[in-house]
Design a protein around this ligand. Structure first.
Ligand SMILES: Nc1nc2c(ncn2[C@@H]2O[C@@H]3COP(=O)(O)O[C@H]4[C@@H](O)[C@H](n5cnc6c(=O)[nH]c(N)nc65)O[C@@H]4COP(=O)(O)O[C@H]3[C@H]2O)c(=O)[nH]1
Length: 858
């Protein structure tokens, strides 16, 4: 339907029908008086409802301002919302003007309205879209590929890059991104080729900053042109999180590497070093160092260090007690406070001023120091240095603390392990070694012996027994005995090379296993050295003692091929050495088997000889060389054994000493000799001095003096008629004791002679201190006195020395007139020997004394 308007252009009506637009006119009161056009034609407007109504009554309302546009003059593009009867909303773009009548008076308004709902909706969508894009946290850039010009940049992009939108619009993306144009164009073309592309890189920000971004680019073909849309997402936080996660996982790897290191390390030093090496496997760590407190608790010093700059830290010493800037660094603080210290930005950390220069030099950016706390005490610090700031983080620090805790655990384990190993070693040592001397014991020696036999090379076993050890042990006490054994053990060890075995079997028995060289004389040389070494003075209880040893030697494979036989044979040879007068060595020989049997029989019989009264004394005269008078007599012990016949002292006395029988036997000798001497006197014979031999064991017997006194008292023999003969060797075994005992004896008025003089090791000064009256030149020097010039010299020297010291000198074992002549010529005082008389029974000597007295006295 068409509403005719007289003021409408004549041809407009038909034109208006072609479009959705419509023409309208309102009267002066604002009511529609005419509506015509496509909208009316299509039925969008019902003129019956519109005509005579104001716009608001048909649902029309302005968007920007209230009301229908009834402007004073004219409007265009005035958008009006039209709420239709069915509730749907349309938008109309209105152009209007006021009209006047013929008189020029206002006559209402007229205009055109066009339905712009579609455009309006599109615009709204676009606006919303843009608002959304501007509200995005991601930077969005839209670039025309062809012109390389920005088409759009969102707000956040302007904000973050610090460029106003106009700046973008007036520049090209390569300028803004700071990328070579060719490169950027290639990147864009690649995006066009694949459709979309995502890369991660760094994006420049305002004020010279930058951030890690994920750049998603897609290519759109819009109206015949390629448009590149870049959405740039800030991934700094994600990257940092990733980095810290990576770092953490590296640290976990480090931790597990550390744990492995802890398992492998066998000493604390290795543990510290391996810990550091494991720690620097983490790329962030420039250096890892472990510092331990020194024994004086004054400094922390490096005990383990690893990493590319280990050399710069290896010599680090952190003083703790002295106030010093160096002690106030991360390590010093960590140690003192017993708490982890972290410097996330080392170079700007005000606490670390003194270390800044060093830090700068070695590229230190962050550091962590973790205390090593064991049993509640801080014993050291683990220091980790990284070439990036914030390298450790909270989790990283926790990990390092766990690492250090593991180290402490491992340290404790190592200590426990070391203690266990030590205990095991000690137990093993105790099982195989002698606790007193530390030498191998019988068990270990047997093992060595077996091994030597298995090896098959020749060797010798030496069985060493100390002479008269029992006596020292009993008389000086067990402590002195132990001391002696320890000293001897050391000396024996020093006598042989390390490859040879020295062991203690028990008591005073030692064994030596000597590998035999080419020269069989080697064994003898070693045995000789051992004898000499043992004989050196030992200081016990503040006094000097000398002991001797007897050595038996069995040789593999000649003597035996099994361990027990070799030991038995060496033992047997050792007894033979004892029988031979001690202080010597003997090789095993089959004949010794017989001697051993003899010895056993000897021992058996000797034990009851005293009881069975099988002892007797023989008497041998001593003659003065000047006058030829009997000046004395020596009592010599004889043993008439039922089974063995007469046994000489040299055969049974060593055994008696060993068995401890010498003291009771010696007492019997002293008593018998004194009684006999008094008996001779009572029989009318001239008074003669009687000499009694005192062995070393007797000399050390502290009851000796009282016994001598009581015998003298009981027998009534004047003390000066008694002479005690003590061998030089016995005196030298314990010179201090000898001096003291002899002095006491001297006080009784008893005379003292040094027997076998020249065989011992006394010096002139020692001799001077000894309270003796007589020196007896040993028989060995007298034997060849007539022919051997050396013996002559020795004898002469002894005589001269005796004279100088105002002592009597007597030579024993004089058998020939030549010997007598020499002694006489040298003005020796007296002699004793077969030349004048052999030892004989009491009656024999009595006769000799009687006859001699008649001969001389008369
Ligand atoms: N070849 C040779 N020998 C001679 C000659 N003149 C004496 N003799 C021997 O030389 C030894 C002298 O005694 P001695 O040096 O004190 O050496 C003694 C003495 O040290 C010790 N002895 C003897 N009786 C006792 C004793 O009652 N107690 C202690 N403790 N030892 C004794 O036994 C050692 C040996 O005594 P005997 O066998 O009786 O041997 C005696 C004696 O028989 C000689 O011209 N030629």
């Amino acid at each position: 339907m068409r509403v005719k308007d007289s003021q409408q252009p004549a041809d407009l009506g038909s034109l208006m029908a072609l479009v959705s637009d419509f023409y309208w006119r309102c009267d002066q009161s604002g009511r529609f008086v005419h509506v015509e056009g496509g909208a009316v034609e299509r039925g969008d407007i019902d003129t019956r409802k519109w005509l005579g109504r104001v716009p608001a009554e048909v649902g029309l309302g302005a968007i920007e301002r209230a009301g229908w546009p009834l402007p004073e003059q004219s409007v265009s593009d005035y958008v009006v919302r039209w709420v239709r009867d069915d509730g749907s909303i349309r938008y109309l773009s209105v152009a209007a003007e006021s009209i006047r009548d013929a008189n020029g008076e206002p006559d209402g308004w007229r205009g055109l309205a066009r339905d712009v709902t579609r455009h309006r909706m599109r615009y709204r969508e676009l606006k919303q879209l843009r608002t959304a894009i501007d509200a995005s946290h991601d930077m969005i850039f839209v670039v025309d590929r062809e012109s390389m010009r920005f088409l759009y940049v969102n707000d956040i992009a302007c904000e973050l890059t610090g460029n106003p939108r106009e700046a973008f619009m007036s520049s090209t993306p390569d300028q803004v991104l700071g990328i070579d144009r060719g490169v950027l164009e290639a990147q864009y073309d690649r995006v066009i080729a694949v459709g979309r592309l995502t890369v991660e890189d760094r994006s420049r920000l305002g004020r010279g900053g930058s951030m890690m971004v994920e750049r998603r680019r897609c290519a759109l073909f819009v109206e015949g042109r390629w448009v590149i849309v870049s959405i740039v997402h800030d991934i700094t936080d994600r990257k940092l999180a990733e980095q810290s996660r990576d770092r953490l996982s590296r640290m976990y790897a480090t931790l597990s590497a550390t744990n492995e290191a802890l398992l492998r390390a066998s000493t604390p030093e290795a543990l510290y070093q391996q810990l550091c090496e494991a720690a620097v496997a983490n790329d962030d760590v420039l250096v890892a160092a472990t510092l331990r407190l020194d024994e004086q608790c004054e400094t922390l010093h490096v005990v383990g260090v690893a990493g590319p700059i280990a050399a710069d830290v290896g010599e680090l010493v952190v003083p703790l007690n002295k106030p010093s800037p160096l002690s106030d660094g991360l390590v010093g603080r960590c140690f003192r406070q017993g708490r982890t210290q972290v410097a996330d930005d080392y170079l700007s950390d005000p606490r670390l001023m003194p270390w800044r220069r060093i830090g700068k030099r070695i590229g230190l950016k962050s550091a962590a120091a973790v205390p090593i706390i064991k049993d509640g005490t801080t014993i050291g610090v683990m220091l980790l240095i990284a070439d990036q700031t914030n390298a450790f983080g909270r989790d990283g620090v926790r990990l390092i603390e766990r690492m250090v805790a593991n180290v402490v655990f491992a340290l404790e384990n190592l200590e426990r392990e070391a203690w266990r190993r030590e205990s095991e070693k000690h137990i093993e040592f105790l099982a195989t070694h002698d606790a007193l001397t530390g030498l191998p014991n019988r068990t270990l020696f047997n093992q060595s012996l077996t091994m030597a036999i298995e090896a098959g090379h020749p060797f010798a076993v030496m069985f060493i027994d100390l002479d008269r050890f029992k006596f020292i042990n009993d008389s000086l006490g067990h402590e002195a005995g132990d001391q002696l054994l320890k000293t001897i053990a050391k000396r024996l060890r020093a006598c042989v090379s390390k490859s040879n075995t020295v062991a203690r079997l028990g008591g005073d028995e030692f064994v030596v296993l000597i590998k035999q060289g080419e020269d069989p004389g080697d064994i003898e040389a070693v045995a000789g050295t051992i004898l000499d070494t043992v004989l050196q003075a030992v200081s016990l209880n503040g006094q000097e003692y000398r002991v001797t040893a007897s050595i038996g030697i069995a040789v593999y494979p000649e003597d035996a091929r099994d361990a027990s036989s070799l030991l038995k044979q060496a033992d047997m040879a050792m007894y033979c050495a004892k029988d031979e007068g001690k202080n010597n060595f003997q090789f095993y020989a089959t004949e010794l088997e017989d001697r051993s049997l003899v010895r056993m029989r000897l021992e058996h019989n000797l034990r009851c000889a005293l009881e069975k009264q099988q002892f007797e004394l023989a008497y041998q005269a001593k003659i003065s060389l000047a006058e030829g008078q009997i000046v004395g007599v020596e009592a010599l012990l004889r043993w008439h054994c039922e089974e063995l016949g007469t046994v000489l002292p040299g055969q049974f006395l060593p055994l008696a000493e060993e068995l401890g029988l010498i003291v009771p036997i010696g007492r019997w000798v002293l008593e018998t000799a004194c009684e006999q001497n008094m008996a001779w006197q009572r029989a009318g014979l001239p008074a003669v001095r009687i000499a009694v031999n005192i062995s070393a064991v007797q000399l050390s017997d502290h009851t000796l003096v009282s016994h001598v006194r009581s015998v003298l008292e009981r027998t009534g023999m004047p003390p000066h008629l008694l002479e005690l003969e003590i061998t030089e060797t016995a005196v030298m075994q314990n010179i201090a004791n000898a001096v003291a005992q002899l002095a006491e004896i001297k006080k009784l008025g008893v005379m003292i002679a040094i027997d076998d003089f020249g065989t011992g090791y006394s010096s002139l000064t020692q001799l001077r201190d000894l309270p003796v009256d007589t020196l007896k030149i040993d028989r060995s020097f007298v034997n060849e006195l007539a022919t051997n010039t050396t013996d002559q010299s020795i004898a002469r020297a002894i005589i001269t020395m005796g004279k100088n010291l105002c002592l009597n000198v007597i030579a024993e074992g004089v058998e020939t007139p030549e010997q007598e002549a020499f002694l006489r010529a040298e003005a020796c005082d007296a002699m004793q020997g077969f030349y004048f008389s052999r030892p004989g029974a009491a009656e024999v000597f009595a006769e000799l004394l009687e006859g001699h007295a008649q001969r001389y006295v008369g």
